[in-house]
Design a protein around this ligand. Structure first.
Ligand code: SAH
Ligand code: SF4
Ligand code: F3S
Length: 480
């Protein structure tokens, strides 16, 4: 999962009430925060809240935060500075505004947040969102509330599933958390401390939520987990299942035409999952498989528990199973002790693998993680310079990948109207947005197109045919 891909100010669809309370939700961080914000929004809608897009207008502001790098955390305190002013202005008008902080900074800093920013009324960690209504009731009685207990099993059990109208307003592609937490303890990373240890949701819960989403028109599911490929569960007769088997089960649900999952750890890519890439048509040929670095010395210091050669061999096996698979990755430059030679090994690994897309970051020491105490911290200027070199190479690979799409025929899942009349924007199997002209059809349809040009971060296509909808629910089938 990746911090750069979060969406903002969430829409909550619910029936308008007379003078309903209004909530403004802002999401930082990774896709799991996006998913969690949606679940919190669903729970608030049950409490009679409606969404607003402006904090000035809000009775409740909820910031769903990210702790992954220093910059990500700082965003919270600058947002709180702005909100305090709004809260004071509203108070002068006799209108209350409650401020809640959720997410990974809430979990990591707890009551320290209220000490630093006394205008905050509620701090709630990612494992206790199902207690949001009770927590808000306590806040309403004038208490300052900090809920950072670790109660993840309850969370999965008690958060309300999305309702049809809520799903509809969010589109045909949906996130579904199947696993949360991490036991890997990479030495740079806060996630094991903010999200706790690995927990897999049971198959029955996942299938029930997927069926609801499908019934509301969702056609593509992206299964989420900090280590999604560590997901495991029990099937019929107590049979042990892994993510590969779960994907096959979800593919049976009428309406679900596409499946994706993120983020995977190289150590947990098992044979069954690789085979699913070969055998399961609905599983899209795209895999986010972070490696972080290409030097074995640095990989060891990061506690990644694999070598560069292990990763390359794994990529080979995945490509043997699914030759057209596109890979994306995450990289950290300037981990403590990284020499020029170590960095060169990362560049070489990138050249060897060839990525369709990637995220790269300067190492950011995080309090409480072992990496922060390692000797040999790298100069900011050196980190900057390495990041630039790495990003130049990754961007070159990304554009080469996009250019390789020109002339190709592919299926595109239509997601929303484009900017020009008659245009629709959809997704290619390789995740890139595709702009299709000539009134290609309804949202949710899958159409057969030919790519004719590339933009910066999208492709342009012409229609070949409106396809018969594979695994389509009846209502959609009649539209194509
Ligand atoms: N569970 C996912 C990643 C979670 S964080 C995984 O294992 O891949 C997303 C990315 O942020 C990581 O892959 C890593 O590249 C980056 N990241 C995490 N901690 C960081 C830190 N302290 N400094 C810089 N980048 C970091
Ligand atoms: Fe963080 Fe490593 Fe766990 Fe990913 S696998 S969440 S990078 S500790
Ligand atoms: Fe996600 Fe950021 Fe937490 S990346 S898991 S929101 S620290």
């Amino acid at each position: 999962m990746n911090e750069t891909s979060a969406t903002d100010n969430l829409e909550i669809a619910s029936a308008p009430a007379i003078n309903p309370r209004k909530v403004f939700v802002k999401t930082y961080g990774c896709q799991m925060n996006v998913y969690d914000s949606q679940r919190m929004a669903d729970s608030l809608a049950e409490q009679g809240y409606v969404a607003t897009q402006t904090p000035e207008d809000a009775d409740l502001v909820l910031l769903n935060t990210c702790h992954i790098r220093e910059k990500a955390s700082e965003k919270l305190y600058s947002a709180l500075g702005r909100l305090r002013k709004i809260k004071d202005e509203r108070a002068a008008d006799g209108r209350d505004m409650l401020i809640g902080v959720a997410g990974c900074v809430a979990q990591a800093e707890g009551e320290e947040i209220i000490r630093r920013a006394p205008s905050v009324d509620l701090v709630i960690g990612p494992q206790t969102y199902h207690r949001l209504p009770q927590a808000l009731a306590r806040v309403g009685r004038g208490e300052k509330v900090v809920e950072t207990e670790y109660a993840i099993e309850d969370k999965f059990e008690h958060l309300p599933a999305p309702k049809k109208e809520q799903v509809k307003s969010r589109g045909v592609s949906a996130f579904l958390t199947v696993q949360e937490g991490c036991d890997k303890f990479c030495t740079f990373c806060v996630v094991p401390y903010t999200r706790g240890s690995e927990v897999s949701r049971p198959v029955s819960q996942i299938v029930a939520e997927a069926e609801k989403l499908a019934a509301a028109g969702v056609r593509e599911l992206t299964l989420l987990g900090q280590n999604v490929n560590a997901w495991h569960g029990k099937g019929e007769g107590g049979r042990e299942l892994g993510l590969g088997e779960l994907l096959f089960r979800l593919a049976e649900i009428p309406g679900i035409a596409r499946l994706r999952y993120t983020t995977s750890h190289p150590r947990d890519m098992d044979e069954a999952l690789i085979a699913a890439h070969r055998d399961l048509d609905q599983l899209m040929p795209y895999l986010h498989l972070p490696v972080q670095a290409g030097s074995d010395r640095i990989l060891k210091a990061m506690n990644r528990r694999h070598t560069a050669a292990d990763y390359l061999r794994l990529v080979e096996r995945i490509r043997a199973a699914r030759p057209d698979i596109a890979l994306s990755g995450d990289f950290i430059v300037g981990f403590p002790g990284e020499t020029e030679e170590d960095f060169e090994a990362t560049m070489q690994l990138v050249r060897d693998v060839t990525y369709a897309q990637a995220y790269s970051f300067k190492y950011s020491p995080r309090p409480g993680t072992p990496g922060a105490d390692l000797p040999g911290h790298v100069d900011e200027a050196v980190k900057d310079e390495r990041l630039q070199r790495l990003q130049a190479l990754l961007t070159e690979q990304q554009y080469a990948f996009q250019r390789s799409m020109i002339g190709k025929r592919m299926d595109v899942l239509l997601e929303k109207p484009g900017r020009l009349p008659g245009q629709m924007v959809g997704r290619s199997p390789w995740l890139l947005p595709v702009i299709v002209g000539e009134n290609p059809g309804e949202i949710g349809n899958i159409v057969d197109v030919r790519i004719i040009a590339t933009g910066t971060n999208s492709l342009m296509a012409e229609m070949v045919a409106a396809k018969r909808q594979a695994n389509a629910p009846l209502a959609l089938e009649t539209q194509s």
